[in-house]
Design a protein around this ligand. Structure first.
Ligand SMILES: [Zn+2]
Length: 245
């Protein structure tokens, strides 16, 4: 969930207007892709849960059926309990995986060594069990400080936040309200944060609505975060997510 704003994050948000200086720690924090491309990234956090299955199977099936590329940020604690689900996600060629900390800790509250362990442990866990190095990292709760940014850089990971909040864990947020808000804020290059751990009551329905209203009707092309950042969608990408394929 991403409802709390810690002082470090607030400071980061307040400085957004001026824009980060090149080479500053803020410049390494990625919130969106280029506005020159008609591409967007749907991202789904897999934070650990105390109750429930922790996996929104209907949402995942919808993404697969619609061939919607998506990026998932998995916490180590979630991975450890969902080995089959991890393999299922890994097997979908248009899904991309990243990590979301080991224990979903509040990083700014930890010293540098513990921050490094919280970030690295989930990466190592995935490498050991699933044989792949995951280069994308999203901090739990979206919270970080300068040490976090430096550690992520030193570990060779890409620091991915978001530019659009779906608000899907909020039980009082209706499908209609969520979709209205998303349609009003999503634009070229947007990175949208959702949850795929079953905490979003309307996540699947909102994705269905966005597919109809933004992807099919307005031609915004969903791509993985790496594709969003590395290049504009090519002709080949445009076939993905198309109703014809
Ligand atoms: Zn989370």
């Amino acid at each position: 969930m991403h409802t709390r704003i810690m002082p470090a994050m607030l400071a980061a948000l307040l400085t957004l207007g001026a824009g980060p200086a090149a080479g500053s720690s803020e410049a390494q924090v990625i919130r969106s892709g280029p506005s020159s491309c008609t591409t967007i990234a749907l991202t789904f956090d897999l934070c650990p849960v105390r109750e429930g299955s922790g996996y929104d199977a209907e949402l995942i099936q919808t993404l697969i059926d619609r061939k919607i590329p998506a990026t998932f940020f998995m916490s180590g604690r979630w991975m450890a309990k969902h080995e089959d689900e991890v393999r299922a996600l890994q097997a979908v060629p248009f899904f991309e995986l990243g990590t979301h900390g080991q224990a979903h800790a509040h990083l700014p509250l930890l010293d540098a060594d513990r921050q490094r362990a919280e970030i690295q442990d989930a990466v190592s866990l995935f490498e050991t069990r699933h044989g792949q190095h995951l280069a994308l990292f999203r901090p739990p709760y979206g919270e970080y400080d300068e040490r976090t940014v430096e550690i992520v850089r030193a570990l060779g990971l890409r620091f991915i936040l978001w530019s659009v909040v779906s608000g899907d864990p909020d039980p009082s947020l209706s499908r209609t309200k969520m979709v209205e808000r998303l349609k009003a804020t999503v634009r070229n290059g947007s990175v949208i944060v959702f949850h795929a751990n079953g905490k979003g009551r309307h996540t699947k329905d909102a994705v269905e609505d966005l597919y109809q209203d933004l992807i099919l009707a307005k031609g915004l092309q969903p791509v993985t975060v790496s594709t969003l950042l590395n290049r504009c969608a090519t002709e080949q990408d445009r076939h993905v997510g198309s109703p014809l394929h």
